[in-house]
Ligand binder design. Sequence first.
Ligand code: URA
Length: 243
Amino acid sequence: MDKRRLEYLQRMGIDVWVPRETGAEAAVASQPAAEAPATAAPSPAASAERDEAAPDWDWPALEAAIRACTACRLHESRTQGVVGVGDHAARLMVIGEAPGAEEDRRGEPFVGRAGQLLDEMLRAIGLSRRDGGVYITNILKSRPPDNRDPLADEVAACEPYLRRQLQLIQPQVILAVGRVAAQNLLKKEQPLGKLRGRWHFYGPDETPVWVTYHPAYLLRSPGDKAKAWQDLKQVRNRLASVS
Ligand code: URA
């Protein structure tokens, strides 16, 4: 493992060692670093389908629409719509829940403490919001008051924005962070523990989706950071397999 990755893992709070016999990398984890079950590639027919749910905004039109959106009640209490940040040609799209207070104020997703941890996690697999390879956004573009969970009609109102972001970027992999992001993206009600650990597929392009813990949860429960590292390795390996 190179020195920089080791440093980031340590900053994520994960102890890493290199077994003497094999030289293979191992992160301290309470569960084995098993690879996810093999998954079928999307069918060509599905990939060719058009996404009728997303208007064909270009980036400036999409960003303007999100910033000025009044499609649900959240525009009354938010400061601004928060579009997303990162590479418009990203291979990985990270999808969180909704802007918090700091994100609402600054107009950028994941800029608080949880965002700093997310940045460390991404750096551990060689990606950065500033230097490319990843785009970060949320299910909801406007902050719900008191950080309450998104309501179904708010998610539905925001969905065309997310769909268009995906159409424009065409990421190879989506990483959904946290239960709320995963359930709303995948339209499933299972708990996070059941959604983690296997590949899901999203949208007409059947983009592969991996689910992991929300960084805010990891700040409260650092014991699960090793499992998050297993998730990041799944993402890293999938990206490597399609490059
Ligand atoms: N949590 C999220 O899910 N998204 C943000 O942008 C910030 C915190």
